[in-house]
Design a protein around this ligand. Sequence first.
Ligand SMILES: [Zn+2]
Length: 133
Amino acid sequence: MKCGETKKELYFYIKDELETGKKTEIENHLKECSACRSLLGGFSKTLETVDKNPVSYPGKNWNYFASEILSGVYEKKKFIFWKPALVFALSFFVFAAGYIYYHQKKLQENVASSDTEKLVTYLSNFDIPELYQ
Ligand SMILES: [Zn+2]
């Protein structure tokens, strides 16, 4: 028997699920091959640990468990999505505020200058200097 074949059968050998012929073949190989012997040692230890610590599934609470995980993932995603959105909103607000401030100031200047012009035109209609001469 070769190493590859032995490795394939090791699980069933440990679990004692092999027919006597195969079992003897593997035992003969193990006597000659230290690599497969050490593999058998590690494998059986692993299986022992697994058997001693059965994995307990959440059972009837599975849906709750799954939804908790999903909502956690969703919250994380939402947060990741909101961060750049917030930065964008803030920069837009700053830009809009600056834009409005700039244009309002310009508008006020225009209104002020046009008012002054109007006033000058209005006053020039009166011949004030002549009146006081
Ligand atoms: Zn071997």
